[in-house]
Design a protein around this ligand. Sequence first.
Ligand code: NAD
Ligand code: TYD
Length: 350
Amino acid sequence: MKNVLITGGAGFIGSHVVRLFVNKYPDCLILNFDKLTYAGNLLNLADIEQKENYLFVKGDVTDADQVFSLFSEHAFDTVIHLAAESHVDRSIANPMEFVHTNVLGTVNLLNAARHNWKDAFEGKRFYHISTDEVYGSLGDVGLFTEETPYDPRSPYSASKASSDHFVRAYYHTYGLPVILSNCSNNYGPNQFPEKLIPLFIHNIIEKKPLPVYGKGENVRDWLYVLDHAVAIDQIVRRGKLGETYNIGGHNEWKNIDLIRLMCGIMDKKLGREAGTSEGLITYVKDRAGHDLRYAIDAGKVSRDLGWEPSVTFEEGLDKTIDWYLANTEWLRQTTSGDYLSYYRQQYEER
Ligand code: NAD
Ligand code: TYD
């Protein structure tokens, strides 16, 4: 790798990937291309923005002219594509935005890579970051493998599934050197407080109601974000072209059990009487089409590349909660402005 394009590098996962690559590969240029939507935040990268091998370019993956000129200005050999609209609830409210960014944006990048690389693909890699949600919803047993048929059920997962299909189509049709991975739910520092864990941490701090969808019985498989970043590093360098790798934490939690666990930890950290935060739990109308269970079989990435999650859930949750408690300015900024109208629409006017 010499010139690496990372899209969506100012977002949650992207910022951890950018930091890992900037620090680990001082001889590579790491270019972060991000539109800075509500989910993108350059504060996430304040500690590395002065590094010589780091460059930020504000831009939109759906803008063909901009993406094509970026490719002609920099001789990228590696693309790691994370830019996306990523929140299921927002996709239910506004599906077209997801089609635009996730499908069109991905095809745009594929076209730019193909044309710029001029079919001389030796040493090039286009790595598309995707989600386990493309596989649909599991019952009480079973795991998603790389062979599980796609069955997306939300506008978000349908848009990600579509982008995955395009990436594979470019491999088969044009020989573009692609790799994909599909990961389970991430958690950790810098996650925008619209997703379950950071939203609930924020609401517990503020003593606001904790809105549990349905009965809280849906199950998710949680992975610490840095473990995902390490998997991405392994896969981009050592993964086999044309292949897909599932990444997961072997760490399934029913929402309500996870929420109770978080409440207990935070009562202790905030010096509140045990049971205080559980008292904030409020059952609300279920999410439309709410997938019951996600769980990943991460056997292939472990067998082929030796990757395993390294952070236990206890450690990861502890670090995450500590990060939000310490970064009050980040939390204050992300939960002001547009966030307030999103919150009102999503939780108070439904
Ligand atoms: P995020 O919403 O935190 O960040 C997305 C980033 O993309 C933001 O910085 C945003 O500004 C940028 N972006 C959005 N539209 C853009 C556009 N048109 N052009 C350029 N940049 C744009 O998302 P995340 O949670 O970090 O997820 C990153 C990727 O990983 C996504 O592709 C997502 O589907 C995938 N993924 C996420 C999870 C998870 O649990 N968060 C799990 C598996 C896979
Ligand atoms: P989320 O973090 O949105 O991730 P995803 O839906 O992509 O898995 O949600 C995780 C789980 O938490 C999911 O089952 C929905 C549930 N949830 C709530 O119960 N209340 C909430 O306010 C949110 C945001 C999520």
